[in-house]
Structure formats: structure tokens, C-alpha cells
Design a protein around this ligand. Structure first.
Ligand code: MLT
Length: 404
């Protein structure tokens, strides 16, 4: 008789954003005339940049001719894209990454979920709390998190590093030593960052304790402050302790197009075993590459026109972020983030529970956000709004919140 992976049965409820989507769908069904504005899931709203569209069209035409048709992509991704990444994302910042250290994928969410494959069961993970739920859920699915403690809203074998207003959302070195440390910077959901010195401290700690840092830099394009590193590899010693994940979703609007990459230096080793070769083995066996046309679209993001156009998109979203920050502050809310990230993290009024605030906003303002407690126990009492809406809807949503 077959057996299921019963780690799945330990997972509480459904994935955060599926849960929210269901609640919103039920509300819309019951209230079909209400115009609901979503500032919930961090999904982009601007169309793909013209340079990207042009590259897509031309790649589609290539697929129509036998001479230029492309079948399976190379295991690690096309060299034209890996080279563009190395030159633009790393070399320009003084970081030396080689071609076989970049792995193209269908997005950072897949990579951050799949990376658990190359680590043993008995690793202890440490996560910032609140945290992007994929890191914890994917470890839970593979049996690395112990038992779910319903009353505490957390897992018995996960080290939670609270990031709250009181510590400026900077995780402190935990008492118990973790094996795997997840850091997302700029942070989803709090929209806050670590500066160079703070990140260097984590790199040094990981090297001293033979831990690995899984560094999610999906929002790096939103960094506006000079002292915030765009890559963990800007820190000394990061190549021997860090894996970096990047996405085209937020910097170039590929949420529906799917493209990302992971960088693992060949210097990252567990004893004699290179994690780069483990990931290459996994990638080769379980993944057949992001589509050629999408990788061509990704290459176009790095063209002069692509860079200019995607920078304009980011500026558009960050203008929304500024508007949200300013309006909410004027209304008396305490807000964080929104300076180096497209997320605004606010304290709920009068200590309201995050889900109660979610319900109130949905029902009375017809605005959807994300309850902080959905990201972990320390997110209770907080709420996330995204700057990825249209400027018009963002303004409308703020007017509605103001009139509550
Ligand atoms: C979010 O809203 O946190 C993100 O959009 C989810 C994701 O990137 O998978």
C-alpha cells in the first residue's frame, strides 16, 4: 500500500495567499457590486516593458523556423542570459561570479522551495519572524521543522528570529545555533533592510558556525539607500556560506512570465562536497529549463532600453510606496518599509489583531491587504500593503482607508 508524505498533513491551513484569495472571492460573490481593490499579494500591475515585449515577439518568430527553433534549454540556462546577469548584477558591483555558478530557473519561489532537496533532514533552520511563508512551508513539507504548535503558531524545530519595531526589524543572533539561515533583504513582508555592516555580521557568523545562508534578493532593484547591499556577495566571505536567489518578477514584471536564478559559488562546500554540484545535479534531473522565449525576454531586461524602462516601472511603484507611507502616517498609522522595498508594513490601530484588521478593511473599505500574522507569530498586530497596484487604485484605496 502506498504511503503519502504525511508531513503535508502537519501544515496549518492553506498557503497564505491562497487563503486570502479564497476569502476575497467569497466576499466578492456575496457582494458583486463592490469594487474591491487589491493591495494584498505582491503582484505587479504594469505591462511588460516594450523592450521585453519586442524580445518576446522576436523569440517567438525564431521558434517558427526550423533554423532558429530551440528545444530543451541547457541545464543551467542559456549562456546569453547568464552572461548578462554576471555583467550587470555582479561585475558592476565588484563581485566576480563565473558562468557555471548561475542557475536559471522559473522563479525565486520555485528555487526557495526546491533548495530544501539538497539539505539533510536533521538541519535546523532559522527564519526571521515574520517571514515569506515559502521558506518554512517547504521545509515543513520535507520534514525538517518538527511539529506545528497550534497555540503558538509556530514549528517546534524552527528557530524564529523576531523582527519587530522594537529591534528595528533587524534579526538578532539566536541562542541556539542554526544550520540554515534564511534572510530576505529587502525584506518581504516588512519592507525593511539590513545595511552592509549588519549583513556582514551574518556572513561572519555563518562562516564561523558552518551554517549556510539562503539569501533571497528578489527585491534588490527597489533599494534606494547607498548602504544597503544589492547582493550578499558584496560581503567578504559570502561565497563560502551563502546561496543567493533572484527574481525577474518584481524588477521587470515577470510574475506571470516566470524567470529567476540562483547563484551558488563553487567555494561553498560541506566538507569536500560542493553545493554548486549538488544543485547542478538536482537542476539537471528535475528541471528542463525556463523557456527560450522567456530567457530572451530576460536578456532584454539588461539592454539599455530594458534597463531604462524597468527603472521607470520601479520608480512608478516606489511613488505609490511613498504615497502609502505618507498618507498612512498623516492618518496616524505607524508605518515601516516602503523606502527600499515595495511593501509597507503598518501597525494595526489600537493593537487590533491582523486578521480582524484584514476583515475590517475588506468589508468597510473594500481594500485587500495581507495580515501580518500570516507571516509568522511576530507579525501579529501588523499588516502589509503592496505598492504594486496602479497609482489610481492606490490613491482610491487610501481615500477609503482615510474615511473609515
Ligand atoms: C508576496 O506577496 O509576498 C509575493 O508576491 C509572493 C511571491 O512572490 O511569491
Amino acid at each position: 500500500m502506498y504511503k503519502i508524505n504525511d508531513n503535508y498533513l502537519k501544515l496549518p491551513g492553506s498557503y497564505l495567499f491562497s487563503n486570502i484569495a479564497k476569502k476575497v472571492a467569497a466576499y466578492k460573490e456575496a457582494n458583486p457590486n463592490r469594487d474591491v481593490i487589491s493591495l494584498g499579494i505582491g503582484d505587479v500591475t504594469l505591462p511588460l516593458a516594450p523592450a521585453v515585449i519586442e524580445a518576446l515577439h522576436s523569440a517567438v518568430d525564431e521558434m517558427a523556423q526550423a533554423e532558429t527553433f530551440h528545444g530543451y534549454a541547457p541545464d543551467l540556462g542559456y549562456e546569453f542570459l547568464r552572461r548578462a546577469i554576471i555583467d550587470n548584477d555582479y561585475k558592476k558591483r565588484g563581485v566576480d561570479i563565473s558562468l557555471d555558478e548561475v542557475f536559471i530557473s522559473d522563479g525565486a519561489k520555485s528555487d526557495s522551495g526546491n533548495i530544501v532537496d539538497i539539505f539533510a533532514q536533521n538541519n535546523t533552520i532559522a527564519v526571521t519572524d515574520p517571514v515569506y511563508p515559502v521558506y518554512v512551508d517547504s521545509n515543513a513539507m520535507s520534514g525538517k521543522t518538527g511539529e506545528y504548535l497550534v497555540d503558538k503558531g509556530c514549528w517546534s524545530n524552527v528557530i524564529y528570529m523576531p523582527c519587530v519595531a522594537e529591534n528595528d526589524f533587524v534579526p538578532e543572533i539566536p541562542e541556539k545555533t542554526p544550520d540554515i539561515i534564511y534572510i530576505c533583504c529587502p525584506n518581504n513582508p516588512t519592507g525593511t533592510t539590513l545595511n552592509r555592516e549588519q549583513l556582514q555580521k551574518w556572513v561572519d557568523y555563518a562562516n564561523q558556525n558552518k551554517a549556510v545562508i539562503i539569501y533571497d534578493a528578489a527585491y534588490e532593484a527597489y533599494i534606494s539607500e547607498k548602504d544597503v547591499p544589492h547582493s550578499i556577495f558584496e560581503c567578504d566571505g559570502a561565497k563560502t556560506c551563502a546561496i543567493e536567489m533572484r527574481s525577474f518578477s518584481k524588477n521587470a514584471g515577470f510574475t506571470g512570465t516566470r524567470l529567476g536564478f540562483t547563484v551558488i559559488s563553487k567555494e561553498l562546500k560541506s566538507g569536500d562536497v560542493s553545493l554548486n554540484s549538488l544543485w547542478a545535479r538536482r537542476h539537471g534531473t528535475k528541471f528542463n529549463g525556463a523557456p527560450y522565449i522567456i530567457q530572451k525576454a530576460g536578456e532584454a531586461v539588461y539592454s539599455d532600453a530594458g534597463k531604462k524602462q524597468t527603472e521607470e516601472q520601479i520608480a512608478y511603484y516606489m511613488k505609490n510606496a511613498g504615497m502609502i507611507r505618507e498618507s498612512l502616517t498623516d492618518m496616524g498609522y505607524t508605518v515601516f518599509g516602503g523606502v527600499n522595498a515595495p511593501y509597507i508594513w503598518l501597525q494595526t490601530p489600537e493593537g487590533m489583531k491582523s486578521w480582524d484588521f484584514f476583515d475590517m478593511l475588506l468589508e468597510r473599505a473594500n481594500v485587500v491587504g495581507t495580515p501580518g500574522s500570516g507571516f509568522g507569530p511576530s507579525g501579529e498586530g501588523y499588516f502589509r500593503l503592496t505598492a504594486f497596484g496602479s497609482a489610481e487604485n492606490t490613491k482610491k484605496a487610501l481615500e477609503r482607508i482615510q474615511s473609515l
